[in-house]
Design a protein around this ligand. Structure first.
Ligand code: PGA
Length: 236
């Protein structure tokens, strides 16, 4: 594991973007596992800047997002599909047909999970997985539980997650109670993992996840077993 501690969020974003850009240069048709939330926004801004400056070509890149709320359509501003278009895809030369986010409106959510696993395996798996971490240690929407999950599945969101994500909604009531998320098994089979955590509020959980006991009560703790994990933490 490589643990990179930086002072500012700007530095975190730059370091993370450099790692992703290096991946795309080495393998232009890389499969990137992408994340939503506040933390990766600066990284996405850096990727857009690299594209604008002619330093990055996303034309062959394929992406697989971690998760999506159940019941939100891609037109909903709070949906993760809308987030990805707004913060990244609309500003770079990626083919949207090569971008994947689970469908939170699927009539048969279980079938959607199987479809999403098939998308990931037919892409040949994930080369580089970008992750944030929840204050409860979740990665994707894999909430603390009794066992580590494998493939894509439907989860009931933890109340701490709903509370913390309510900042993006008009009220707590509007935050969906269920979501589709890729499983821990899928995340762990990625070639490389890049975990980003920003600020004091994440310090304790990052320490617990990276140096504490490996337990499904802290889902991110499983990352200790990954052979190519980079953690970037900013104190800001
Ligand atoms: P955040 O969320 O980046 O908005 O803090 C991270 C997460 O919940 O995975």
């Amino acid at each position: 594991m490589e643990f990179i501690k930086v002072k500012t969020y700007a530095e975190l974003s730059k370091r993370a973007a450099d790692i992703i850009l290096g991946q795309i240069r080495r393998k232009p048709d890389s499969v990137l596992g992408l994340a939503t939330g506040s933390t990766p926004i600066g990284t996405y801004e850096e990727l857009i800047r690299a594209y604008d400056d002619g330093r990055a070509d996303f034309s062959k890149v394929r992406t697989v997002n971690l998760d999506e709320y159940c019941g939100l359509s891609e037109k909903d501003e709070q949906s993760y599909r809308c987030f990805m278009n707004t913060y990244l895809f609309d500003h770079i030369n990626i083919d949207k047909a090569n971008t994947n986010v689970p469908n939170g409106m699927a009539a048969d959510p279980e079938e959607e999970c199987r479809r999403y696993d098939a998308v990931i395996s037919s892409a040949g798996g994930i080369d580089l997985q970008l992750l944030g971490i929840g204050v409860n240690g979740h990665i994707g929407f894999n909430e603390p539980s009794d066992k580590f999950t494998e493939g894509t599945h439907i989860v009931t969101l933890d109340e701490r997650t709903r509370n913390s994500n309510s900042r993006f909604f008009k009220s707590l009531d509007e935050v969906p109670r269920k979501a589709v998320t890729v499983g821990i098994g899928t995340i762990m089979s990625s070639g490389k993992i890049l975990l980003l955590a920003n600020g004091e509020s994440k310090k304790a959980i990052v320490e617990k996840a990276i140096y504490g006991e490996i337990t499904p009560r802290v889902p991110a703790s499983i990352l200790q077993k990954h052979g190519d994990l980079t953690v970037i933490f900013s104190e800001e």
